[in-house]
Design a protein around this ligand. Structure first.
Ligand code: GLU
Length: 315
């Protein structure tokens, strides 16, 4: 067995048996039904080799991991103008916090907290209708993963609409500052549907390859974004991808990562691998408890870290 296969299998076995699994999110009702016993891991190397463990082929709600793909599309449409409406600093606050918006004039700290992602959804709307934006996003993700079977879970999108009172509050509050420019219903329809994308660890790791390969999708050879943009998205994932747990995640794994309340994490080892882990139980900050631990184990076993000195890179 290959060394990486052995590492992935050992991590999957440890996580499947772990007694302390965190708490499954229940504020979006369909998420509460996902068994906490699930654990999946997918590692896709730059050469396309896949190493899968546990429930790696089972789709789950990617939730906030979708913010990475939405940001990528919005930057493609608006370029650096986007940064007039969204900041690039860690918030140090919970994913759905409203407090900073008042003193910071309705400009969210970064595109990966809910307020920032709602502004990104508003930017994507541009001159389009919500259905067109949702269709574009779905096509984009399918194309990145090379998998036409990826779909949006309408039941999750509907449940988010029924229970997303905080997201409505954030959107209306930002609209009062002029930083939401479309009807709040339309902007949130885009946001709720992107969060309801259902993907497996395998599909997500395939979709994340452009971030590990300096902006290029290695299977199609297509430049999804410039290398500078890929590096900047990775920098934001590292500094802001885990809400008020981002420092801890960076400390433990040394990799950029984006979590979602469905229990998934997309992590990037630049030049090496795109990685996804999934375990639905969350820690007290809303990030996958065993997913974070699994990535810590993987980086310890492989030595992968953006801080690993590679002198050749600087020659
Ligand atoms: N759809 C979720 C919400 O808006 C996303 C949160 C997350 O995944 O962190 O509450």
């Amino acid at each position: 067995m290959l060394e990486l296969d052995r590492i992935v299998a050992a991590i999957a076995a440890e996580m499947k048996a772990a007694p302390d699994r965190g708490k499954v999110a229940d504020y979006i009702p369909p998420l509460a039904c996902v068994p906490p016993s699930k654990f999946g891991i997918a590692v896709v190397l730059a050469d396309g080799t896949c190493h899968l463990g546990g429930d790696a082929e089972e789709p789950f709600s990617i939730q906030s991991i979708s913010k990475v793909f939405a940001l990528t599309l919005a930057l493609g449409e608006l370029g650096d103008e986007l940064w007039r409406r969204v900041g690039r600093e860690p918030s140090g606050s919970a994913f759905n916090s409203i407090v900073q918006l008042e003193s910071e004039s309705g400009i969210p700290r970064n595109p990966f907290i809910n307020a920032g992602a709602i502004v990104v959804a508003d930017i994507l709307l541009g001159r389009f209708r919500p259905n067109e934006v949702i269709g574009n996003l779905l096509r984009f993700v399918r194309n990145l993963a090379g998998d036409e079977s990826i779909a949006i879970d309408e039941a999750v999108a509907h449940a988010e609409h029924q229970t997303g009172f905080r997201n409505f509050a954030l959107a209306y509050y930002m609209r009062s500052f002029g930083n939401i420019r479309h009807a709040v219903e339309d902007t949130l329809s885009v946001y709720f549907h992107q969060c309801a994308l259902a993907m497996s660890c395998h599909q997500l790791a395939l979709a994340g390859r452009y971030l590990a390969n300096d902006g290029r999708n290695p299977s199609t050879g297509q430049n999804v974004v410039t290398s500078q943009r890929a590096r900047r998205i990775n920098a934001l994932m590292m500094s802001c991808g885990h809400y008020d747990n981002s420092g801890e995640f960076a400390f433990r794994t040394g990799l950029p990562g984006k979590s979602g309340v469905g229990g998934g994490i997309l992590a990037v080892a630049p030049g090496i691998a795109s990685i996804t882990v999934w375990s639905p139980g969350l820690n007290e900050k809303g990030n996958s408890q065993l997913g974070s631990l699994a990535l810590e184990r993987l980086t310890q076993a492989t030595g992968w870290s953006v801080f690993e000195p590679r002198p050749d890179n600087y020659a």
